[in-house]
Design a protein around this ligand. Structure first.
Ligand SMILES: Nc1nc2c(c(=O)[nH]1)N[C@H]1C(S)=C(S)[C@@H](COP(=O)(O)O)O[C@H]1N2
Ligand SMILES: [Mo]
Length: 345
């Protein structure tokens, strides 16, 4: 599949489906696809093109909604000085083009290439389970339920690269308090949108990296109520692009990036520890806590240092030491008193 995609990208100018800087009508795209089909001698499958439902063919083109353009809007927010850091920000172009969002494919460029057609309006986010006041938020509520603030956080992926990102959003605790957890609530479970029609990785195990969708994550209630736990609705002062988890995603900066679940539709307070996607996929490699820890290596690589992504490419990025709890120990270490962090990785 990779070879086919490279081949096709070689023939077709990338700008034809990447409409971020030029406008292409669906008709123009359809015509250029017909051209490729002819070039490749794939006439027999050409008939199914217009229906846009042949999963194999969509994979071949790596993109099911080539002509869509996602709308980004400016946001009103205040700066929260308590969560500003002096480290150099990762350029916006890198934050929005080097992503993990397996629902849209497993390579770093797949999310920006394949997610531009994501529909976020309407959106429904529910907060329920062990609460006295379940909440249902629609798209507009996401930007109004709590006053928006900007915070700059480090993001450390388990793959040993990192970024510094200015997020806009609100404290997770503020939302959870509105739902009024009852005495049984001990954990908070999160779920990403499940919509295979929009998400090619959910239609095909290979495209989606073998994850059983929907992508799910979880925190203890104490972690969720910590000041650092954040729900982001924007970055760099604007609404989130789809590849970063539009319209709303979790950001827990002291944990490996995979805990920061994207495009959230459900938040459920539970009495039992919820399942988490990467733990389900490989439990010996990815734990429930997933706190950034330079002293506990991944079974297949060291976690002692990381590549901080700046203006250059990934392999020109500076290698820096990884800090316990990603440098947020002062805020969160007390959550894990008496816990063996080697066993509870
Ligand atoms: N639903 C969903 N959420 C996800 C992922 C994913 O594949 N699906 N990838 C995670 C991983 S591994 C990382 S490192 C971060 C990346 O966030 P970013 O692309 O905004 O930098 O998102 C996390 N959230
Ligand atoms: Mo990650």
């Amino acid at each position: 599949m990779t070879n086919k995609r490279v081949f096709i990208k070689g023939i077709l100018n990338k700008a034809t489906w990447n409409t971020s800087d030029n406008e292409v009508t669906p008709e123009a795209v359809f015509k250029s696809r017909r051209q490729i089909i002819k070039t490749l001698g794939l006439g027999a499958v050409g008939a199914s093109l217009s229906t846009n439902v042949n999963a194999g063919l969509i994979d071949l083109f790596g993109d099911s909604k080539p002509a869509e353009k996602f709308t980004i809007k400016p946001l009103d927010f205040s700066e929260n000085q308590a969560f500003k850091i002096s480290e150099q920000l990762t350029p916006e172009t890198k934050v929005t083009s080097h992503n993990n969002f397996y629902e849209f494919g497993t390579s770093k460029s797949n999310p920006i290439e394949n997610a531009q057609g994501l529909k976020v309006e309407p959106w429904t986010l529910t907060i329920d389970g062990e609460v006295d006041h379940p909440i249902t938020l629609n798209y507009d509520d996401l930007y109004k339920i709590v006053a928006l603030e900007e915070r700059t956080y480090r993001l450390r992926c388990v793959e040993a690269w990192s970024m510094v990102i200015p997020w806009v959003g609100f404290s997770l605790a503020d939302l959870i308090k509105k739902a009024a957890p009852n005495s049984k609530a001990r954990y908070v479970a999160f779920e990403t949108l499940y919509d295979p029609e929009q998400m090619p990785g959910q239609r095909n195990r290979f495209v989606g990296g073998g994850i059983n969708y929907p992508y799910v994550e979880g925190l203890t209630l104490a972690e969720a109520m910590n000041d650092l736990s954040f729900l982001a609705v924007g970055l760099y002062g604007k609404t989130l692009p789809p590849q970063n988890g539009a319209p709303i995603r979790l950001v827990v900066p002291w944990k490996y990036g995979f805990k920061s679940i994207k495009s959230v539709v459900k938040i459920r307070l539970t009495d039992k520890k919820p399942p988490t996607s990467w733990n389900l996929l490989a439990s010996h490699e990815y734990g429930f806590y997933a706190n950034v820890n330079p002293n506990v290596d991944h079974p297949r690589w060291s976690q002692a240092s990381e590549r901080r992504i700046g203006a250059g490419g990934l392999f020109s990025a500076k290698r820096i030491p990884t800090l316990p709890f990603n440098g947020y120990g002062e805020q969160v270490a007390n959550l894990y008193k008496g816990l063996d962090l080697r066993k509870n990785f």
